[in-house]
Ligand binder design. Structure first.
Ligand code: GLN
Length: 412
């Protein structure tokens, strides 16, 4: 096998899902991987079913995506961009946001080019950047100094702009921004984005802005591409129907950006998978058309914020500090106080990993709740920063969140 796959450890998602399925505590409450515990709204399910009856929806779509979906996305995002987006040249559809990002890296990275990412990072960026030969340069998001106390929020994770500036070299080709951020739930402030954007303009760096949680923000949200025409010229924005419509298995994503960037993302996508799943593109198009009409987004945001607040009351009860998220559906909880027996029988896939993997394993076996160990989102060198935390996904039914809280009370 090639080193790019053989050299890698088992991914955290399968470790946690497999452990959850095999846990003695069934039914387990799986708050690990960020999948929804409930179905997309009925109008979207119906659209998907109807699409299968349409002859052309069972055949290849154009490589850049179905015209109806590109138009629906351009129509939905034009008001947010403050100008009319051209669906033909400024939008391209991908097989999930993940393949969209891979296509962006494939489209621009040459062997040895550097890509800046903030740490912690969504793990998939790493292999997506390394596959075309990119070199990753990490810049820390500094955790709140009092993160082991109650009362911190995602906004307390900060960028040191001197560190960011120092990370830029003549080889820096791209930077990845993720707002709302996974796993922190940080919504980057307008000021932070402007400073990043201006540095990129000064140094001609392409900005890949992963905004897949863009409809779930609980403080004012700024989109990188909307800051100035100079920044927009360099910005590719990534979106996800899976996140927007509670359908992470659909694998429908997109990029919005200026034609001179989008064309190369589309060129790479064409060679990676030619085109994306047709019937689900059609359903996503109808999803956008109706969601905008019914103001679905406002309801979705309120609902998720309700789940977040309802679930997070447990941490005060247990006296475990959490970092209150400003967006998305993940919450980071500081578990420094939870003791794990040193002689606990850990299997190989967690034995040599940092403490959070052991905590995660212990909770799955003994409490019946699965979460994600966030050191997976750190380099080995900085894993110590994440090892006392666990990430919980709250995109679950209210009864499931209540069951999780009931079980977590065993930690008292
Ligand atoms: N975005 C999802 C999460 O963070 C995971 C997606 C994946 O499994 N690659 O939970």
């Amino acid at each position: 096998p090639a080193a790019r796959v053989a050299g890698r450890r088992q991914d955290v998602w399968s470790i946690v899902n497999e452990a959850a399925a095999a846990s003695p505590k069934q039914p387990i409450v799986n708050m690990g991987q960020g999948f929804f515990g409930y179905n997309p709204p009925e109008f979207i399910i119906n659209a998907a079913k109807a699409a299968l009856d349409q002859v052309d929806c069972n055949q290849y779509s154009p490589t850049r995506g179905r015209p109806r979906l590109k138009k629906a996305i351009a129509d939905s995002y034009s008001p947010l961009w403050g100008r009319k987006l051209d669906p033909e040249t400024e939008v391209t559809i991908t097989t999930g946001a993940n393949e969209g990002m891979l296509s962006a890296f494939m489209g621009f990275i040459e062997e040895g080019d550097e890509v800046i990412i903030f740490e912690p990072f969504f793990d998939q960026y790493i292999s997506n950047i390394e596959m075309p030969g990119g070199k990753i340069v990490y810049v820390p998001l500094h955790p709140p100094p009092n993160g082991d106390k109650q009362g911190t929020s995602a906004a307390d994770w900060t960028i040191d702009f001197a560190e960011l500036e120092a990370a830029i070299t003549s080889k820096t080709k791209m930077i990845v921004i993720n707002t709302p951020h996974n796993p922190i739930g940080k919504v980057f402030s307008k000021d932070e984005l402007l400073k990043i954007g201006e540095l990129c303009v000064k140094n001609s760096i392409i900005i890949l802005s992963d905004e897949v949680y863009d409809r779930l923000y609980y403080v004012p949200f700024t989109r990188m591409a909307t800051l100035s025409p100079e920044i927009e010229r360099l910005t590719l924005t990534v979106g996800s129907a899976g996140k927007n419509f509670y359908a992470t298995g659909w694998r429908v994503g997109w990029l919005i950006g200026p034609p001179h960037l989008i064309q190369y993302v589309a060129a790479a996508h064409t060679r990676i998978c030619y085109s994306s799943v047709s019937p689900l593109q059609e359903a996503a198009a109808i999803g956008f058309e109706q969601a905008d009409q019914e103001n679905f987004w406002e309801g979705a945001k309120k609902e998720m914020k309700g789940k977040m607040d309802q679930f997070n009351t447990i941490w005060k009860e247990l006296d475990l500090p959490f970092s209150d998220p400003d967006g998305g559906y993940f919450v980071l909880v500081n578990m420094a106080k939870v003791k794990v027996p040193a002689d606990y029988p850990f299997p190989n896939q967690v034995k040599d990993r940092p403490r959070d993997f052991k905590l995660c394993w212990f909770l799955i076996q003994e409490v019946g709740v699965a979460a994600i160990p966030p050191t997976e989102f750190y380099t080995d060198q900085n894993a110590h920063i994440g090892e006392d935390w666990l990430r919980f996904a709250v995109c679950k039914e209210d009864e499931v969140l209540d069951r999780a809280k009931e079980r977590l009370r065993d930690l008292k």
